[in-house]
Design a protein around this ligand. Structure first.
Ligand code: NAD
Ligand code: G6P
Ligand code: MN
Length: 441
């Protein structure tokens, strides 16, 4: 059986050890001959890499391992690029969240002005990764989950339309895991779902088991009372702020009880609530820096010191096995049905054909084949047209270096109350992002 060679771009990510452990746990489904880590921050990556090298030596010593900041070394002889970079790291995420909050606007990693700022930072470096891949391994595929995925996906559509890049998000997967538990099913793979929207902005319209039984009524009854809160959730979304997000899905659901919502809609439908419940001095970035980042890096340092992962608290990121499902779909033409962020091209009949939408696709060796959604209701269409226009204006602004377009993007965001506030936030974001954004005129 062919063995694959992969590079993880953003090797210094807090998710890398969990993903490596997941890959090592899935070698029977997805055999690997080489794993490389690539990052542009050597010191950060070295700590993660030092631990990963030991994890791999202990569990699968036959796999060749290498960590590098040299693109040629990283991207040569590669079948898959798994990309999860965070341009500007947590320091910039913190500003993305805190600057809008000063003006009582949602401060969030991927939604509203914070997401726009993050998008403006990410477009260039993501295009750079694609170009490295195509230069050094022209047959490779990139599986991208770097955020903000909606803006990144629109940018790759515009700037690298022929590139083999698949954009995927784990939020629907996390929610579907919860749905399966609510229903008492073993796995989310027992669910056949219809879903449509934009990334971090979508709805389930139909959920059945493999026999065709409609599972929506039971789920709706549960979500109308508890949102997506369950006793034992996933290992990724555990902090109190995530609990609040899953609970708030109850109120988001009430706005359109015909569908089940993605949790991220709370930022657009209840921005006033979100701002009231935010701490302007201590945001999610602080929580992650004090929590996940400290934990992962200290566990990695321990592994390096002990030269062993014995007693390590690092755990397999089971939920990340969707990445293996996606790689397998391409490698083995599995024709698995998965939610991906793809160009609409008529799948949603009454919506911009050039919009990047998140919909079910059948994935095989040629890439994704989107499933037809048909016509969508006025409420969703209105929300999506507004949000997709924000995302397109950001990409326009990046390409043209246009202050005007970016001001329009912020003004159009449902999270921002006026063009005046949009401008105040934008001017601060420009200062904060010097060196990351193209110069705007
Ligand atoms: P992190 O800061 O711990 O890791 C990101 C790494 O990327 C850092 O080591 C950083 O040095 C590196 N990096 C930044 N710019 C780079 C560049 N130009 N080239 C190479 N490396 C670069 O962040 P994290 O919290 O572990 O998250 C990583 C990414 O995964 C983020 O974009 C996050 O939003 C995303 N994510 C996406 C999903 C999804 O559903 N799509 C789920 C989880 C995380
Ligand atoms: C979900 C989303 C990701 C996002 C992550 C943030 O998994 O799908 O796109 O990056 O949440 O989690 P964090 O713990 O970093 O706030
Ligand atoms: Mn996501």
């Amino acid at each position: 059986m062919k063995k694959f060679s992969i590079v993880i771009a953003g090797g210094g990510s807090t998710y890398t050890p969990g993903i490596i452990l997941m890959l090592l746990d899935n070698l029977d489904r997805f055999p690997i001959r080489k794993i490389k880590l690539y990052d542009n921050d050597k010191d950060r990556q070295d700590i993660i890499a030092g631990a990963c090298e030991i994890l791999i030596k202990e569990r699968a010593p036959e796999i060749e391992f290498l960590a590098t900041i040299d693109p040629e070394e990283a991207f040569t002889d590669i079948d898959f690029v798994m990309a999860h970079i965070r341009v500007g790291k947590y320091a910039m995420r913190e500003l993305d969240e805190k600057i809008p909050l000063k003006y009582n606007v949602v401060g969030q990693e991927t939604c509203g002005p914070g997401g726009i700022a993050y998008g403006m930072r990410s477009i260039g470096p993501i295009i750079e990764l694609i170009d490295y891949m195509e230069r050094y391994s022209p047959n490779a595929w990139m599986l991208n989950y770097s955020n903000p995925a909606a803006i990144v996906a629109e940018a790759t559509r515009r700037l690298r339309p022929k590139s083999k890049v698949l954009n995927i998000c784990d939020m629907p997967i996390g929610i579907e895991n919860r749905m399966a538990k609510i229903l008492g099913l073993e796995s989310r793979k027992d669910l056949i779902v219809k879903y449509y929207g934009l990334n971090h902005f979508g709805w389930w319209t139909d959920i059945r088991d493999r026999k065709g039984n409609d599972l929506m009524p039971k789920l709706k009854e549960y979500v109308s009372k508890h949102g997506y809160v369950i006793d034992d959730g996933d290992s990724q979304h555990v902090d109190p702020s995530w609990y609040d997000t899953f609970a708030k899905a109850k109120d988001v659901y009430a706005v359109d009880p015909d569908t089940l919502p993605n949790t991220y809609l709370k930022y657009y439908l209840f921005p006033d609530y979100v701002v009231q419940h935010s701490n302007k001095e201590y945001t999610r970035a602080n929580e992650v820096m004090d929590g996940r980042e400290k934990f992962v890096f200290s566990e990695c340092r321990k592994i390096i010191e002990n030269k062993s992962s014995k007693d390590s608290k690092l755990h397999i990121d089971e939920h990340a096995s969707y990445i293996v499902d996606l790689a397998r779909a391409i490698a083995y033409n599995t024709q698995e049905r998965m939610l991906l962020i793809v160009e609409n091209q008529g799948a949603i009949e009454n919506f911009d054909p050039t919009a990047m939408v998140e919909i079910p696709c059948i994935v095989g060796s040629n890439g994704p084949e989107p499933i037809r959604i048909g016509r969508i209701p006025q409420f969703q269409k209105g929300l999506m047209e507004q949000q997709v226009s924000v995302e397109k204006l950001v990409v326009d602004a990046w390409i043209e270096g246009s202050y005007q377009k970016l001001w329009q993007a912020l003004t159009l965001s449902k999270t921002v109350p006026s063009a005046h506030v949009a401008k105040l936030i934008l001017d601060e974001l420009i200062e904060a992002n010097k060196g990351y954004w193209p110069e705007l005129k």
